[in-house]
Design a protein around this ligand. Sequence first.
Ligand code: URP
Ligand code: ZN
Ligand code: ZN
Length: 459
Amino acid sequence: MPLLIRNAEIVTADGRYHADVYAEGETVTRIGRDLEAPPGAEIIDGTGKLLFPGFIDPHVHIYLPFMATFAKDTHQTASVAALIGGTTSYIEMCCPSRLDDALEGYQLWKSKAEGASACDYSFHMSVTKFEEGTEGQLREIVADGISSFKIFLAYKNFFGVEDGEMYQTLQLAKKLGVIVTAHCENAELVARLQQGLLAEGKTGPEWHEPSRPESVEAEGTHRFATFLEATRTAGYVVHLSCQKALERAMAAKSRGVRLWIESVLPHFLLDKTYAERPGVEGMKHVMSPPLRQRQNQDVLWDALANGFVDTVGTDHCPFDVAQKALGSEAFTQIPNGIPGIEERVNLLYTYGVKRGRLDLHRFVDAASTRAARLFGLFPRKGTIAVGSDADLVLYDPEYRGVISAATQHTNCDYSGFEGMSIEGRPSVVTVRGRVQVRDGKFVGEHGRGRLLKREPVYF
Ligand code: URP
Ligand code: ZN
Ligand code: ZN
């Protein structure tokens, strides 16, 4: 059914104006004043609302075998949560372990999403080892439309790559025009520090951060940047959490390394005192890199405002309270991760735009457009333009609400952001022209989501 959104204020990364938007089939076909719609078209009044391009979460975990358990969401639950929060596409980390075969892993991850996701999706393909046969498999995966890799410098012996494997992955990525995303922490130091703390009887969640201090992340960031420089490959640091790591990344950028930076929602809003809460309350807030000292939040907000931090993702990774409690005896056994796919846009809008920390266009850029550009989705996604997919978020800036696990759609029994107020939320969310969300409720088609085939970008 054709769709006409009338009289909203369109806001993109570089434009702001009042107009009507008309979509036929799956794409925007007209933008202008006083557009007419044929009989039978769905007409939505956008008066008083902002109209954003669909938001893109560049870093989520949905199917994830990790730390002796599995993340809780399915694509059905995660995509509904994403859409209610205004995210119309996400890029999931496809994470076979070092024991698994890359191609089989990719097929498995793909099968979990197919027919289940209500929003569009793609994958960053994790390279967790590099051996004979890896190159051929990765070439096949890239040919299937996956134009980004992921490497972990952390998680020794599970996801983590050795330096030699990182070098081989970057060389191949360079040849294929693929950007490499990286979790930057020094795996060896983390393992040694963890052992030392446990040996001293320091077992609670408050010791997670000291086991992976800022210097450990700064080292990983610097090493990744150095390898990018040596191989002349494009890279993207995921979930950068602190000033020390930012300084290393900025130093690399300023000497010409093709490096982009993502920070994730928890690091802007939560500090390490959350993980220092006793027992399971602290465990709920264990993620890696860890929540940091509060002063890093101002550093990240400023870096985001001026575009040094390029994108804001979530690192959505829900483990419920019973799973978190697996780490009751030792913080090293707490499944790492905090959910956030549903809250990202509203919290960024509230604590960024509404609090005067973030320009409205930079907000759209960081939460949608820049990820689209970096990961080969622009201008299909990330903007509102004739010819773009009709992924639209009609946003009500007058809405007031409070984040609560009791009302969330993510399959998890807690929210890391419990009790935080929000000042705005999507009224209507469309995926390729079809209304999927109305006033906080999923009203759409499960399984509408499509795998987004992406071409290499060759930065
Ligand atoms: O704590 C986190 N971040 N969990 C998910 C895995 C990862 O490192 O991204
Ligand atoms: Zn990570
Ligand atoms: Zn992650």
